[in-house]
Design a protein around this ligand. Sequence first.
Ligand code: PHE
Length: 326
Amino acid sequence: MIEALKNLESEASREAGGAVDSKVLQEIKVKYLGRKGLFASVSARIGEVPPEERRAAGQELNRVKAALEAVFNSRENELKAAPPRRPGSCPDPTMPGTFYALGGLHPLTQVVLDVTRIFSRLGFSVVEGPEVETERANFEALNIPLDHPARDSFDTFYLENGKLLRSQTSTVQIRVMERSKPPIKIIAPGKVFRPDATDATHSFMFHQIEGLCIDTHVSFADLKGVLFAFAREFFGSKTRLRFRPHFFPFTEPSAEIDLYFEKQGWLEILGAGMVHPNVLRAGKIDPEKYSGFAFGMGVERIAMLKYGVEDIRQFFENDVRFLRQF
Ligand code: PHE
C-alpha cells in the first residue's frame, strides 16, 4: 500500500503540473482526491494491512493527502498568476517586432573606406602614421626649412616636448620611405590639425588621405591616370578634372586638382605633384634612380561635395538627426 501511495503521489504531481488551466486542474484534483477518487480507493485498503504495519500506513496516508493538497493549491496559484496560452495558440507573427536601434558608420568613416577601397584596387596599400609628430616629418624632411614662408600654410599646434600635431598627412610619406624600399604604393588616411578659426569650411582638426607612389620611371602621366581613375570611380564616370599649376615645397612640379560640379563650377579637391628630390633624399631614396608622385586630399571636403553638406561642423557635432542620414 505504501508503494501504491508513492506512485499516486508522483502521478498526481505530474498531472497537476501539466494542467493548463484551473478547470483541468480541478478535474485532476477530483480524480485523485475526490470522494471516489484514487486516494480514497487506496486508503480503503487500510484494512488489508497487517496490524503491526497499520500505524505506519496511516501516517503515510495522512502525509500523502496533505502533500497532494499542497500540490494542487500551489498549481492553482500558479495558474492564477500567469494563465498559460491555450493549447494550439502560438505567437502572432503579424505583431510588430521589437525595434533595436542600430548604429552606423560615420559619414567621414564611410568616405575614408570608399576612397581606400578604390585605391586598394589600384594596388595601393593602406598605412597610418602618428598624429603627434616630429618637426622633421612635418617640415624639414618635406623640404620646408625653418625659415621658409611655406611654414605658415602648414602651421600647427606645438607641444611642450618639442613635438607637434601633424598639420598634413604628408608626414607619412617620410615615415614610409624611411622604413621601406621602392616600389612604394601607399595611401594614408588620418587626422590633421591646424590653428584655424572654426567656421562653415574650417576646423582645427580635419582628415586627409595621402597617396604616395615611388618606383623607377614613375611619371606625371601616372599621377594623372590614377587621379582620373579615382575621381571617376568616386564621383561618377562623367567627372571632369582640371590640373592647375601650384606650389608645394615637397613636390615639383605641383598642381591643385579641381573637379567640375554642375552647381558650383570648378572646385579644388586635392593637391598633388612629383615628389621633390630633396624629399626622396630625406627618405633615403636615390632621386637619380627613382621618381614618384604624391597627393593629398581633404576627407571633409570630398564628403561635403559628395553628399551636399554645407557646414563642416556638422561632421563633429554628433547630432544624430544629421548622422542618421548616411
Ligand atoms: N600636404 C598637402 C596639403 O596639406 C597636400 C599634398 C600632398 C600636396 C601631397 C602635394 C603632395 O595641402
